[in-house]
Structure formats: C-alpha cells, structure tokens
Ligand binder design. Structure first.
Ligand code: GTP
Ligand code: MG
Length: 193
C-alpha cells in the first residue's frame, strides 16, 4: 500500500473526541516501548509522524492518523510499564476499554509483541481482552532484527503458543529497522480495510 497522505487528526482521551467521518480503523496495542509507533512510521514510510522514544510511555493518548483520507491507524499508549501509578493505570484501562468496547468502525487490532521474549502476562491479557470483544487480531512480533535467523522460527512458535492464538489470527515477524514483514503486514491489513 502506498500512503501518499498522512496526518494526525486528533489525540483523544475520550469518546466524544474520536473522529466522526466513519472511515475504517486499525488500532495498535502492545507493551510500552515495544515499537507500536515505529510500526506505524515504517508502514507509511515516515520517520517520525507517530512520535517514538527510547523511553517507555511516550504515547499517552489515542492518536488518530488519517491515511490517504481513506482509513485510520490509531496509536495507543502501551501497557506494562512498572513506573506508573495505580491512578494512571486505571485511567489507561478506562480509556482503552471505552475505545475497544464502543468503536464500531474498528476493523482489526495489531497487537505488537517483542519477538525476542516470550509474551508477558500483560500481552496474554491484552490478547484475551481483544478476543473478548470479538476483534480480529494480527500479532506483529517486532524487533526480529535482534533475533538470530536460526532462532526466529522457534521464537515465533513460542509467541503463538504462549498467547494461545486462535488459528485464524495471523502472526508476522517484523522489524521497523529493516522493513522485514512490512509487505506481509500490509497484505493482511488491506483485507480489513
Ligand atoms: P510507547 O509509546 O511508549 O508505548 O512505545 P511504542 O510501543 O510506541 O514504542 P516506540 O515505537 O516508541 O519504540 C520504542 C523503542 O524501540 C525506540 O527506541 C525504537 O527505535 C525501538 N524499536 C522499535 N521497533 C524496533 C525494531 O523493529 N527493531 C529495533 N532494533 N528497535 C526497534
Ligand atoms: Mg508510542
């Protein structure tokens, strides 16, 4: 997919701020610092449209990126960062639940995991949460550039097994550094748009 036009439409914290043009949406989900914003940038060939950081907790709001005036990517704050207060965690939960529960233009969710590591308890919870809302999930195992080629197959298998992924949900090895998996990811996303 060639994205010629990309713009941030709104950074929302609640439903009344979501865009109302009814274009289809793909949302991101994943641990803090796992590479959600980098994934968006790589897919649309922009260095820093979705702001990234080496420090966790960069993305704090639901950021709606309208692409080609045809659909949205929604970047969301990550979970699982130890240094957040209980109050902040509750705020995060409320914001995410409101979005995933009520957003009827949401077509699929891209769950980003770190291909180097076994999915965490939070990752499993997130996957189950999305399945509870009957959302199609595409799991992107990112940072695959950091996994030696000989170990990639085993790491992907572990990701699928630990998440207990449903057979129809797809898993893609990806790297925002090298662009590995980009065409495959677009191929899957396109089928939901
Ligand atoms: P929050 O907004 O804090 O939840 O983080 P995020 O999930 O949006 O992560 P972000 O895209 O900001 O990336 C976090 C860090 O991981 C940055 O330093 C990126 O450069 C790095 N990174 C992301 N993807 C990759 C990848 O595929 N390979 C490598 N080697 N580094 C990556
Ligand atoms: Mg981010």
């Amino acid at each position: 997919m060639k994205v010629n036009h990309a713009e941030i439409v709104i950074s929302a914290v609640s439903k009344k701020q979501y865009p109302e043009d009814r274009l289809p949406e793909i949302a991101l989900a994943g641990r803090s610092n796992v590479g959600k914003s980098s994934f968006i940038n790589k897919l649309i060939n922009r260095k820093n449209l979705a702001r990234t950081s080496s420090k966790p907790g960069k993305t704090q709001t639901l950021n709606f990126y309208r692409l080609n005036d045809a659909f949205y990517f929604v970047d969301v704050p990550g979970y699982g960062y130890a240094k957040v207060s209980k109050k902040e965690r509750e705020k995060w939960g409320g914001m995410m639940e409101e979005y995933f529960q009520t957003r009827d233009t949401l077509r699929a969710v891209v769950l980003i995991t770190d291909s180097r590591h076994e999915p965490t308890r939070d990752d499993i919870q997130m996957y189950d949460f999305l399945k509870y809302f009957e959302l199609p999930v595409i799991v992107i195992a990112t940072k695959i550039d950091k996994v030696p080629k000989s170990k990639r197959h085993a790491h992907l298998k572990r990701t699928r097994e630990t998440l207990e992924m449903e057979s129809q949900d797809e898993l893609v090895a990806f790297s925002s550094e090298t662009g590995d998996g980009k065409d495959e990811a677009w191929g899957l996303l396109r089928s939901y748009l």
